[in-house]
Design a protein around this ligand. Structure first.
Ligand code: BV8
Length: 225
C-alpha cells in the first residue's frame, strides 16, 4: 500500500468556519497570538489564555467537517493507501470527518493537561485556569496545547513516517511555523515526492515538487479522486 503523510494547517478548517491565524492577522482580542499561545502568556494571565481556548473550543464544537476532511478520510479507508494525517490544528474536525490515523502535533482543544504531574483528561467546555488536577490535586490545570517555544508532540514518529513515505502532501498551511514548516524539506531530503494543496502559494511553495492552489474543499477532493 502506498504510504502518504499529510500535513494539515488552519486552511483545511477555514471552510468549516474556523478562522485561520493569518485571516485574524495573528490577533485575538487585540492580543498577538504569539503572546497568548505561550507558556509566558499563560503564567502572565492564565484567565485570558483560558478564555482564548474556551472560545476556540466552542467555535470548534460548533463547526462541522468539510469536504476536504471527508476526502482524506475516504483516502484512508480506500484499502489502497496507508494515510497518516499530521495536523497542526487543535480542532477535532479530522476525527469527526472520519480520519482514524491522526497525530495532533500541536495538541488538542478537547484535552486538559496537569502542569505538575502531566496527567491528561478531557477538557471541560469552559476550562478555569489552574483547576485542581483530578489525579494529583495540584492547582495546575492547563490546555493540552503545544505553545510557541514548547516541543511539538510525537516528533520522532512523524519524522520517521516522513522518511518512509511514498508521498508527502501539505494542505492549508502558510508554512511559517516550525518544525511543521520544515517537513517539506525533510521529505525532499529523503527523496519523497512532495505536493502542496493550498489556497495560495505558501512560504515554502518553491520547495514542493508540485502544487495545486484553490479552496481545500475543491483541490483536496479533486486530488483524492
Ligand atoms: C519549537 C497551537 C523548539 C496553539 C501552535 C525563528 C525561526 C524558526 C523558528 C522559530 C523562530 N523563532 C521561534 C521559532 C520556533 C517557533 C516558530 O516556528 N515560530 C514562528 C512564528 C517563526 N516554533 C515553535 O515554537 C514550536 N516549538 O520550535 O520548539 C523546541 C525544541 C526542543 C525543545 C523544546 C522546544 C511550536 C510551534 C507550535 C505553536 N502552536 N498551535 C494554538 O493553536 O493556539 S502554532 C499555530 O500557528 C498553528 O498550530 C499553526 O501551526 C500555526 C498557524 O499556521 P497555519 O496552520 O499554517 O495557519 P495560517 O493561518 O498561518 O495559514 C493558513 C493557510 O491556509 C494559509 O496559507 C492560507 O492561504 C490557507 N488557506 C486559507 N483558507 C483556505 C486555505 N487553504 C485552503 N483552503 C482554504 N479555504
Amino acid at each position: 500500500m502506498a504510504k502518504i503523510v499529510i500535513l494539515t494547517g488552519a486552511g483545511i478548517s477555514a471552510e468549516s468556519g474556523i478562522r485561520t491565524f493569518r485571516a485574524s492577522d495573528g490577533l485575538w482580542e487585540e492580543h498577538r497570538i504569539e503572546e497568548v499561545a505561550t507558556p509566558e502568556g499563560w503564567s502572565r494571565d492564565p484567565a485570558l489564555v483560558a478564555r482564548f481556548y474556551n472560545a476556540r473550543r466552542a467555535a470548534a464544537a460548533a463547526a462541522a467537517p468539510n469536504a476536504a476532511h471527508r476526502a482524506l478520510a475516504a483516502l484512508e479507508a480506500d484499502g489502497r493507501h496507508e494515510v497518516l494525517v499530521v495536523t497542526q490544528n487543535v480542532d477535532d474536525l479530522h476525527e469527526r470527518g472520519g480520519s482514524r490515523n491522526v497525530i495532533h502535533m500541536h495538541g488538542t482543544l478537547t484535552g486538559a493537561l496537569c502542569h505538575a504531574c502531566a496527567h491528561r483528561w478531557p477538557a471541560p467546555p469552559e476550562m478555569a485556569p489552574n483547576d485542581p488536577c483530578p489525579a494529583c490535586g495540584a492547582r495546575a490545570t492547563r490546555p493540552d496545547i503545544v505553545w510557541f517555544g514548547e516541543m511539538p508532540y510525537r516528533m520522532e514518529e512523524i519524522w520517521e513516517a516522513l522518511r518512509a513515505a511514498d508521498l508527502f502532501v501539505s494542505i492549508g498551511t502558510s508554512g511559517n511555523v516550525y518544525p511543521a514548516a520544515g517537513f517539506v524539506a525533510d521529505a525532499g531530503h529523503a527523496g519523497v515526492p512532495t505536493l502542496e494543496l493550498n489556497l495560495e502559494p505558501s512560504a515554502g511553495t518553491r520547495l514542493f515538487d508540485a502544487a495545486r492552489h484553490g479552496p481545500a474543499t475543491e483541490v483536496v477532493p479533486a486530488w483524492v479522486r
